[in-house]
Each structure stands twice: as C-alpha cells, then as structure tokens.
Write a protein that binds this ligand. Sequence first.
Ligand SMILES: [Zn+2]
Length: 374
Amino acid sequence: MTIKLYDTDPYKTEFDAKVCSCTPIEGGYDVILDQTLFFPEEGGQTCDQGTINDIEVYDVQITDDIIHHYTKEALEGSVHGYIDWAHRYSNMQNHSGEHVISGIVNKLFGFNNSGFHLSETEITTDYDGFLTKEQIQMVEERANQIILENHPIFCEYPENVSDIAYRSKKEIDGAIRIVTIEDVDVCACCAPHVKSTAEIGMIKIVKSMKFKKGVRLFFVCGYKAYQDYVLKHEQSIAISNQLSSPVEEISNNVERILQESYHLKQKIVALKKESIDQKAKNIETKDIQIVFEEDLDKATQQYYFNILNEHANKHVYLFVQIEDGYRFMIGSKEDANLLLNQLRNHFTIRGGGKNHFVQGTILAAKEEILNIIS
Ligand SMILES: [Zn+2]
C-alpha cells in the first residue's frame, strides 16, 4: 500500500520518497514509491501533475491501494517530488465546490449525486432527480452563501462510521474517508479538499441538461470561475460597445436587431417577388426557358420557376448563383431526369427529383452549363 501524503497534507507541494519498484512498460516506466503526494485518477477526478527528480509524471493510477506513477525515464533510490500547485489547488476548490452543491441538492430536494467528472476542460455533477432552472438558481445562491459563511472542511478516517450519516456514490471496501463540511454536508471521498468553504472562492453553475432520469450540472469554482467571468465579461463588453448599449440591455438589443434583420429579409423577398412579377409580364412562351439569376432565396426561386414553367412548351432551366456554382430547378414536360443526367455527365451535381421536376446544386460556370444545354 502506498502512503497517501495528500490525505493528511493536501497543501504540501514537495515530498521525499523511496522507489519501491520501477518497471519498464511500453513508452516509459511504472514507478511505485513508498509514499506520494500525487493524487491518482480516481472518483471522477483527473490525476495530479508534477515531477519526480525533475522527470515529468504523465499519468498516475491506483490499483489495490498501490499508486503507479508513469514516467518517460527510470527512477531509483531516494527521490524528490513536486506537485503542480495551481492544478492541484484548482481541483481542490472545484471538488470541495461539488460537495457543497451536492450537499445542498441532497438537503433541499433529497436527490443523490450519481456522477462526478473533474478535468481540465469540464466539471460536471449528476443527480438522480431533475432540477428546474429556478431550483438550480436556488442551489447556486445557497452555495455562494455557504462560501461567504466560511464553513470549516475536515477530512478524516473515523474508527467507526456506522453512527455517521454520510453520502456515498458506491459501496466502499476498507477504511472510509469522510469529508465533512460543517453544517452543510458529510460525504465519503478520497480526494484532497480545501480547509474551508471560503477558499472555494465562488461557485457558478454554467449549464444544465437532462441526464438519465435526473440532471447534469456543469459548474466552475475558484480560479476557474474567475477565468469564466473574465471570458464572459470581455465578450459582453465587446457586444455592448458594438451595439452602443449598456451591458444590462445587450440581450434586448440583440433581440431587436435580429427582429429588424428578419423584417428586412422579408422585405427583400417581397421586393424580389415584385421584380419577378414585372419580368413575368414580358416573358414570351417558347420551347425552352433558360434563366440565370444572381440572388434568390429558394422559395422565390420556386415562385419564379412556376411562372417560367407556364411559359415553356418543353423544358425550364432556372439557375441561381450560390458560392461555387448554382442552385438549379429543372422542369420538363417530357423527362427532367434525362436533362439532369445530361448535366451529370459533365459536372458535379447533388440532387434529384421526379419525372417532371428535379432540383439540387451544380458545380460549374454559366458558360460551361450553356455549352451543354443550349
Ligand atoms: Zn468527493
């Protein structure tokens, strides 16, 4: 069994140890020490980062209470290890924050924590019951009050846990480590925690989604919450400046601009239809109608196509320019697929249709298309 120094000294960043074994494995070495400060990947949390004798530890795993440090170089004898403190402390803040959230959810709504994931990029906690937006806001507000109230946090291995009411995600073999947040939560947990809720700094639930029969909350605590605030502050200030709008009003103003843009688009569509109606007055009926247009939405293209179709004895080709080709509608009193296959022999085409009407996109220039169809 490896002595877990992080159990008793989560704030220490350096330690001495003796190498018990160093086994070559594919791409490196599996190093077992008599004691370590490296928290392994366990309980949904990623492992500590750092070095042993200046050699990077790229992974840390635990099996049967033995902690395995994975390195690129071999180690032997007495060694000195360093833990990346910023990474460790961020994990402590976020893990303690999760206990605060889970304690509140359990007390207020009776739901159990059914999953936890803490990595560099994402922190989530799952519950076996669903929470509404208002309930999540209530949990977040209470969590931040608990931070301000500065509740002490204790981690210990009680001799007898049978008298203690604690939360636990699974049955635990052997000694049970109990993490107590005074007056807030009691939970079985193996990870390093901060000494008091004040050190969590801040808890922000940033997203939620239905998960299995309950809910998954995405959250950030401590320095990560500060970084999240900076990112969102910069974004909202940039939008506020672009709109010349106070930050408190940007959502309303964006909504207004989107409405304006929608109405303008509707207006453009109406004007285009009007111009097509004008053109329709001068269309002469002939065997084949071939028309190229620069800018028409699909619905207006269909409208124009129907008019052209009334003025064609045999076929209609209507091409509307798009990024690197044309969006086409082809109609035929005979077989539109035959016309489409004629084009397909020469160009890249997506689309298809029925006997008298086909539509899709074609990658080709106007002159190339005209060479084939006219
Ligand atoms: Zn925990």
